[in-house]
Design a protein around this ligand. Structure first.
Ligand SMILES: [Zn+2]
Length: 182
């Protein structure tokens, strides 16, 4: 038996988290494994959104000089709305990513629900982008399926992972989630 460092309850020697308070033992109490991979992926995505914001702002800044070129309106009929929609969407997803990372670091139970909202918004975003940007239906379907796959796989992982359970300290994040796998 080993005592919990948080509430002093005795637990089995191979316990990963405390039966009474949910406190994680040893390495399971730290950010690691696939949870760490997930956080690194989120941080890399932030770089991508900065890049998209930068291109959208550049497009908007050049709108005036481009729009006077002959034939411009025929080639790029949605140029302005395309830049606005991608700017708004990139700022939204940048904010959601930062919010999600903060929630994970602070071990806030609402993180799984926030992740699911983010993925569902992504699945709505791509068909909207198809109306305004110069992407193809095939690319839109691939990106939507990629978001759906992420939603399903990470929901299953977060609901089953002992490490995530120990790291978060309780099952509260599963109860708060919109889509539950358990
Ligand atoms: Zn305990």
């Amino acid at each position: 038996m080993k005592p919990c460092t948080n509430c002093e309850r005795q637990n089995a020697d191979d316990a990963i988290f405390c039966d009474a308070c949910g406190h994680g033992f040893d390495k399971y109490n730290r950010l690691g494994g696939w949870l760490l991979v997930f956080v690194i992926f989120l941080i890399c995505s932030i770089g991508l959104y900065f890049y998209i914001i930068n291109s959208a702002v550049t497009r908007l800044a050049n709108y005036h000089s481009f729009s006077t070129m002959p034939g411009f309106a025929d080639f790029y009929p949605n140029y302005f709305s395309w830049a606005i929609v991608s700017l708004v969407s990139a700022i939204t997803f940048l904010a959601l990513h930062i919010w999600l990372i903060i929630k994970i670091f602070r071990r806030r139970a609402g993180f799984l629900r926030l992740y699911q909202i983010m993925r569902l918004l992504g699945m709505i975003e791509y068909p909207i982008m198809l109306l305004f940007s110069y992407t193809t239906p095939g690319a839109t379907i691939r990106r939507t399926l990629f978001d759906l796959l992420g939603l399903i796989l990470f929901t299953i992982y977060f609901c089953l992972s002992k490490r995530v359970r120990a790291y978060m300290g309780s099952d509260a994040y599963i109860k708060k989630a919109w889509i539950k796998f358990r």
